[in-house]
Design a protein around this ligand. Structure first.
Ligand code: SF4
Length: 227
């Protein structure tokens, strides 16, 4: 795997590839006891190596196309109580929250082959500071980012900083009717979140997206959300 992760996008390194090949073939050939089988088996092994390296591994990368999305479920905690999702019933203890430094290291190691980093939860914005640190690092590394939120803790300062970084914010909305909204969210949050969605719309413009879950209960609501 060293070949995959040490190469930068669009920068093929044949020396590294050759070393990788020898690193597999030499130990393999030493294990072949029958001298008559050495050549055919090494040929077969070379063929297998070539398929593995050039087909199974992301060959597209050699043409500068990044092939992976890194999805980080930043927390298992949430400030809503949607009946369709039991995540809030088992709140994550604070001690289980991973130090953001670990994720930043991971992002730094993988960013050459990432076309996007996505933050989800639970509710990611319960950890706004962490989200902003990731957003800034992603910007520095040239990786587009998407954060999926229920919108409940959005505020102007966060939105303005996020806007400047050029990333996408996705808000989950399953209904625009107060009663249905409160029923789907399990809390009376319609009046809290709606003004924040308006604020997000005015600050983020086309960096704001909306997502809805299509189910039997929400089927009638989705067209109204789209409107
Ligand atoms: S807002 Fe999302 S994570 Fe939170 S309870 Fe609802 S569906 Fe689950």
């Amino acid at each position: 795997m060293s070949l995959i992760y040490s190469l930068k996008a669009g920068q093929p390194n044949f020396t590294h590839g050759f070393q990788d090949y020898l690193g597999e073939i030499i130990p393999f050939s030493k294990r072949i006891k029958n001298p008559l089988l050495k050549v055919p088996l090494v040929a077969l092994k070379s063929f297998e190596w070539a398929i593995y390296r050039w087909y199974k591994t992301p060959i597209r990368r050699f043409y500068g196309v990044k092939s992976n999305e890194l999805i980080y479920m930043i927390t298992n905690a949430c400030n809503e109580k949607c009946p369709k999702c039991g995540i809030w019933e088992r709140p994550e203890p604070k001690s289980h929250h991973l130090r953001i430094l670990h994720f930043l290291k991971c992002l730094n190691r993988l960013h050459h082959n990432l076309y996007q980093v996505t933050l989800t939860g639970g509710e990611p914005l319960l950890f706004k500071r962490d989200v902003m640190l990731i957003a800034e690092e992603a910007k520095k590394l040239g990786v587009p980012m998407v954060t999926i939120t229920n919108g409940r803790t959005l505020d102007e300062a966060f939105l303005r900083r996020y806007k400047n970084l050029g990333h996408i914010l996705v808000i989950s909305i399953d209904s625009v009717q107060p009663e249905k909204w409160n029923q789907f969210r399990g809390t009376k949050s319609f009046d809290i979140v709606m003004p924040k969605i308006e604020l997000a719309k005015s600050i983020l413009g086309d960096q704001l997206r909306v997502q809805s879950v299509l189910s039997r209960e929400t089927a009638e609501e989705v067209p109204k959300v789209i409107e």
